[in-house]
Ligand binder design. Structure first.
Ligand SMILES: *Cc1c(COP(=O)(O)O)cnc(C)c1O
Length: 379
């Protein structure tokens, strides 16, 4: 924990640490590493649960799964050539259930919540987290309460209802949705799966890091470029770096992590540039990338630490640039990207232009979600 509290017992329910910051799960790597090898993965299941020993499972009880993870790492030769890069890759998270990487987090969090006896799960969301919770709760036979901004694009609302969730639309942003969800949920004992307010969504998301390392032959790329809202992607991938080192599975330098945000909502970028340890809330947040419309994040301190420790950076791009990025990924590589995915390509263009990324560097862009729920931004 950032504050040094704990240890806490994994058999209890946990949300935030007593200090008000996120709690992260810890494992006994010496014990796990004694029985678990990279070679054994040859026969492992083709989902994120291939890394089950590093995930919060209760012994003998199968996870709540819809086949999330083990997504392809495509090489992007045409875009690479245009940018002068010989090793450009796109990890395509659009191929997850409900079309985004949020599936990984919810698979782990719903598994854990079910095992701890929860019956109703609640989440405030900018869009994709709500869809993923709705699907995983349905799969587990649990109830889902989702809270989203009233102006969220309609496919997100329809998809949540398709999976049987109760949808509440809130005037304001995800932070306002979070306040309302907590207010309504507390007296009714709902299990809160808000971003980084319970320890297990990030456990699912760290498997993106495990997969990138495995897919590149247990070597890190030089750069991982990630669109950041609440920050679990960055925090999870950095946690994977730590754990794979403890297991001794990946040697050599860690990747530089780059956060991408929208110019209309860039609290982490501003904090990174001013050298601040935490991010001031962004006033008047506005962007077509719903997943990036997060004006304040409880995990800001962890994101900023990871960016700095990795020698990475933080870039804000305009909505026009991210939509161009969607079009380029779509037309040149056949990859259907959300605006958040398009934003990673826009950020890479900046980093190539300013000389940060060199032509031989190995670069991984995270396409965190698919294009289909966002088609209106192309009109
Ligand atoms: C939620 C979301 C993000 C932001 O992810 P964090 O890990 O919470 O920062 C990025 N892209 C898409 C498509 C999302 O749904």
């Amino acid at each position: 924990m950032p504050c040094g509290a704990g240890p806490f017992d994994a058999a209890d329910r946990h949300h935030l640490c007593t200090c008000g910051r996120p709690l992260l799960a810890r494992y006994d790597w010496e014990r796990i590493g004694a029985h678990w090898t990279r070679e054994s993965l040859g026969n492992a299941t083709r989902s994120m649960w291939r890394y089950a020993p590093a995930l919060p499972l209760t012994d003998g009880i199968p996870p709540v799964t819809l086949g999330e993870g083990w997504t392809p790492l495509f090489s992007a030769p045409r875009l690479g050539a245009e940018l002068g890069l010989s090793h450009l890759f796109v990890k395509d998270e659009a191929l997850n259930p409900t079309n985004s990487f949020k599936a990984r987090g919810m698979s782990a969090a719903v598994t854990r919540a079910r095992d701890l006896g929860a019956t109703t799960l609640a989440v405030p969301s900018a869009g994709n987290a709500a869809c993923a919770l709705a699907a995983y709760a349905a799969n587990a036979g649990l109830a889902a309460q989702v809270f989203m901004p009233r102006d969220v694009k309609s496919p997100f609302i329809q998809e949540c209802r398709l999976h049987g969730a109760d949808v509440t639309l809130v005037d304001g942003l995800i932070t306002d949705a979070g306040r309302l969800a907590a207010e309504q949920g507390r007296p009714q004992g709902w299990y809160d799966v808000s971003t980084l307010k319970e320890p297990y969504r990030v456990e699912g998301k760290k498997t993106m890091g495990y997969e990138i390392a495995e897919q590149l032959g247990w070597r890190w790329p030089d750069w991982i470029i990630y669109p950041t809202g609440g920050g679990t992607g960055i925090v999870g991938i950095w946690k994977a770096c730590d754990e794979l080192e403890q297991l001794g599975w990946v040697r050599g330098p860690r990747p530089r992590l780059v956060t991408v945000q929208a110019e209309g909502c860039a609290p982490m970028v501003r904090a990174f540039q001013t050298g601040a340890e935490t991010a001031e809330p962004w006033v008047g947040a506005a962007t077509v990338a719903d997943g990036l419309r997060v004006p304040a994040a409880v995990g800001d301190i962890l994101v900023l630490r990871a960016l700095r420790a990795s020698g990475g950076g933080a870039v804000a791009v305009s909505d026009t640039e991210m939509i161009q990025g969607m079009r380029d990924l779509g037309s040149q590589e056949g990859i259907g990207a959300a605006p958040e995915g398009g934003a990673t390509l826009a950020a890479l263009r900046r980093l190539v232009t300013d000389g940060s990324v060199a032509s031989r560097d190995r670069v991984v862009l995270l396409n965190t979600g698919g294009a289909l729920k966002y088609l209106d931004v192309l009109e």
